[in-house]
Design a protein around this ligand. Structure first.
Ligand SMILES: [Zn+2]
Length: 310
């Protein structure tokens, strides 16, 4: 792979379809942090940045980003598509949500002044060199100790029409966590979308195919790809979601399935604390649809069991 120093980065070159390793900064031992970047640029038009694996154990996004790069034809592009398939290389190499360099969650670092640790430094470069120069941002994620049905989340409700162009059947306006990339990109006028699909350390190839089609259609909707988008009708637009945390710690069991409709009063899970003979039932308080479900069988008090969209 070609190596380019950050000082020599030029995202305005065109026409070009290439990927390269961007050399960012040195660590204390003299080794370098580098970032894989793909640039597809042709004619004048919007700039779309697609980023995956801020959390290094979320492989669905990296796989989809890679597949998307290979599927794009330069002649179809009117503008620039920037793909960062592995936004957090140290965490990706360690197959962890965060890296052991500093244990910092990259998607909680945006918008803060403090920039001391490698993950913060990396995030700052990604934000300044790519996100702030973009018209649109797509940030790809998967679940951690649980699994998501594919869903588009936006922070700004004006983005709903474009969110539906992903054709994932589910979209929602959410309050994103402080420090998240889409919240801070929106504050800077970049139209931003976050996609959740599947679970960590797994590639769900069915979801990946859905996401690839969805991303391609979204790129058409932004105008950066030439052909006309086709937006599915009757998609579900959720008003919000209830995240149900566990009230106790212990061994976790559930009979729920992803996509299942649940009612108030339903048993969501049973959790048996250590050295107690009987489990405690977690009772539902929201009517809605299960869009995220825990599979990890150990749970600590406060960790989430299920997300119910309504
Ligand atoms: Zn994530």
């Amino acid at each position: 792979m070609r190596r380019i120093n950050i000082g020599e980065l030029n995202i305005n070159q065109k026409p070009v379809k290439e990927y390269f390793s961007l050399e960012l900064f040195g660590l204390v031992d003299g080794s370098n942090i580098s970032l894989p970047v793909a640039l597809i640029s042709n004619q004048d038009g919007p700039i779309v940045t697609i980023i995956a694996a801020q959390h290094g154990n979320e492989w669905n996004g990296s796989y989809v980003a890679d597949t998307l790069y290979n599927s794009l034809i330069l002649d179809d592009v009117v503008g620039r598509i920037i793909i960062l398939p592995i936004a957090n290389p140290p965490a990706f190499l360690q197959k962890g949500r965060v890296s052991s360099f500093d244990y910092i969650d990259m998607n909680r670092t945006f918008g803060f002044v403090k920039r001391r640790k490698p993950t913060e430094h990396l995030a700052k470069i990604i934000f300044e060199e790519f996100v702030l120069k973009s018209d649109y941002l797509v940030d790809l994620h998967s679940g951690g100790p649980g699994q998501y049905l594919p869903i588009v989340e936006v922070y700004n409700s004006k983005r709903i029409d474009l969110a539906l162009s992903f054709n994932l059947d589910k979209a929602m306006v959410v309050k994103k966590d402080v420090g998240s990339i889409i919240l801070n990109a929106e504050k800077n006028g970049v139209q931003s979308f976050s996609i959740e699909a599947g679970r960590a350390l797994k590639i769900n190839y069915d979801y990946a195919e859905l996401l690839l089609k969805g991303l391609t259609n979204f790129l058409k909707a932004t105008g950066v790809l030439k052909s006309k988008p086709v937006v599915k009708e009757n998609q579900t637009l959720y008003k919000g979601k209830t995240v149900v945390p566990s009230t106790i710690s212990g061994f976790f069991k559930t009979e729920l399935k992803l996509g299942q409709k649940v009612k108030k009063g339903d048993v969501l899970a049973k959790i048996k604390p250590f050295f107690k003979s009987e489990p405690t039932e977690i009772i539902n308080t929201t009517n809605g649809t299960v869009i995220y479900l825990r599979y990890e069988e150990l749970i600590s008090e406060g960790e989430s069991i299920v997300h119910i969209a309504y």
